[in-house]
Design a protein around this ligand. Sequence first.
Ligand code: ACO
Length: 338
Amino acid sequence: MTPQPRTRTQLPKRTVSIIGTGSYLPERVLTNAELEKMVETSDDWITSRTGIRERRIAAEGEFTSDLAAKAAQSAIENAGITAEEIDLIIIATITPDHFMPSTACIVQTKIGAKRAVCFDISAACSGFLYAVEIAQQFITSHTYNTILVVGADKLSSIVNWKDRNTCVLFGDGAGAAILRHRAHGHGVIATRMGSNGQLAELLQVPGGGCACPITAENAGERLNTIRMEGRETFKHAVTNMVESARQVLDDAGLTPADLACVIPHQANLRIISAVAERLEVPLERIMVNLDRFGNTSAAAVAIALDEANRTGRMKVGDYVLLVVFGGGMTWASSVIQW
Ligand code: ACO
């Protein structure tokens, strides 16, 4: 009998590995001492409430696509591949260079990934893990082999520098990963994603879209900047990150004691400590770099992953948990065997 060609759904499930990571932070450092001169705040308040000491701010002519392209190039080098090998580019961002074209298309040209299909996704601080899950689905379905995922944001472009409730929290940066099927290797074991649009108003940029365009009349209201109900956001962040982490560990058949490293979204040290305490993971196994970079939205977990990779915090075979939370509201967690 002539063998029938196998459809994609009949093909064997493939292991999806992160084969390289990269990141880029702009040169300009903005310290808490400098913020003291801009709004009524203090280094002591910022450090004790958030753990942030300084953050990076992109130059005026440096855009999200520039940050993303530099992070992508460093991930390509780390993976030991060429840009032409990339089949798909997904950029997670809430600060695209333009509404159209996508930032992914701009990055494609900047890095010379001529063969790649390109699109952006919007899931605020959860964007990088959402994009990793999309990439993993494309690889396991045998649609693409090599995917570049980038979390990149120039939050300084949507911060109200007169609002002390928010301007002390955010920074600019980009983190990237190359995902590929690896026949004999470790990879992404399980991922959980969640969203709750009913909580959208707790963290939003109300203006600039078609529902509320910026006009000459409302230009002074800074509607195209971040508004946040900090205390409520904090509570939902802790609850959903813990719940999501427990679910994904359960899916993976692991317990917190099995984890060599936890890489959380870098929003606030108190959120990270509360999550660590509830999961019963000692703080020394948690990756923290928000003291140097603040909250860089979609980039944060990707930058932390790259730092953990390059500083040898994860050895081959280690179990690593990534867990994120952001506007939408959105959250996600992934267990990866490194
Ligand atoms: N300096 C000095 N005082 C300040 C500042 C500041 N920068 N900001 C706020 N305050 C004051 C407030 O006005 C308030 O004063 P009042 O009591 O007289 O009214 C007081 O400090 C306490 O304010 P709270 O908002 O209750 O402070 P809290 O302890 O909750 O910390 C913070 C605020 C840091 C924003 C915290 O709530 C937080 O981290 N929330 C979550 C942030 C987050 O995770 N975001 C999600 C991801 S972001 C994304 O998706 C893009």
